[in-house]
Design a protein around this ligand. Sequence first.
Ligand SMILES: Cc1ncc(COP(=O)(O)O)c(C=O)c1O
Length: 431
Amino acid sequence: MSRAVSEPAAGTTRAPSFEALLARPGLAWMGQNTTHLEPPPEVVEALLDSTRRHEFQFYAPPLGFAELRELIVADLGLAGAAAMITDGAVGGLHHICTALSPRLTRLISTDPGWPWPGRFAELAGVPVTAVQVYSPETGYKLSAGALAQVIEPGALLYLIDPLNPLGSSYSRDELEAIVALARANDVIIVHDCTYRHFADGHTLVAELYPEATLTTYSFSKWLGLAGLRLGAIVARPELLAEFSRTPSNPLGANIAAQRAAVAGLKVKDSWLPRLRQANRRNQQIVAEAVERSALGRVLVRPSHGNFLYVPVSDGVALNDLLLRQGIVVRAYPEAIRVTVLDPVDDDAFVETLARLFDRPSPVAAAGGRSVRVRTHRTMSAMGHSAMQAAVTTITGSVNHAWLMAKSWSPWAMPPAAAITGDPSTSHDRRP
Ligand SMILES: Cc1ncc(COP(=O)(O)O)c(C=O)c1O
């Protein structure tokens, strides 16, 4: 039931490079779980202000600004914990894996999951076990029973919650059972909370197991600062000291990003409800489109992240089809993962899926406006830019032309009919 993570990664072999995609204007960017909504104005102003003051000419404090560190701990509600700022959550994960590797017996992760911490550990010579969690019986997440089969003293458990790419999340009871095993085996838990802000009723492992939990935090998703590279490690001070004594970036993380993050945390009480509402609504729009097409279903619904996992017979072929229509998703051999949340992108996806599978256009079927009107409300609620709001007035036929204009390939489109939803609950054929 478990295997190492060093097997070939899923990928889109025929897809253009990431850099080439970035250079294409107007792509619907639904492959990276980043948030492209108009950010809170306070965040943009903080960035501009930092730039105007030429703060980029300075290093930041090695562990990050004290105010930011306190705001992160307060956001998590972890009294008595401390934070150190890292270059994205991934910077913190890399630091944890490399700093701990000399005394780790094993890294335990999940499959599917986010592969990088496993790769960091492997590079440092630590064996890695990825436990299969692709099962409806366990709710598409790691069960204590499955963990019990592989856990060993001195291991590190890398627990992603909500789980990228499936969208599942752990209940308090499930985490308590996992923690009991970890405690009995002297296992450190890294709780990767990158998508926590999208989840319903999220529990922090650090509340149950404060003495040996490292919580990793990201600003890429909920605040949309992916390109600024900012995250944190949060833990009890005595545990954090092991990592903060020699930070992996002692010259400090991006100074302007830290100003933006402080501004974002100060307005999170108004930003988060709007973000979460838009996420739920747009998840529904995309999931309904999937259900109307031949693809059939979203695996975990509602997803606790800002993405939906759709099992299909050929994810790479479907990704190719979508790319030709100006839509980027994350492809796996037997699935695609679609990042929702940007109303314009979601709308383009919905329309394209209908056309690929020869279904009536949701825009035209609703008098040319339905999807646009629904997303227009979302955009207004989010304070979306005037330019994007103007797009909402176009009709279904114009929308169709707009989608065609976004196509990046002159090739004729191969039929989508060969691609079906995959009702299989076994993931054995997935690399
Ligand atoms: C589970 C998980 N952890 C960490 C990261 C990296 O986050 P950051 O952008 O803060 O480095 C990602 C990014 O996709 C992720 O999916």
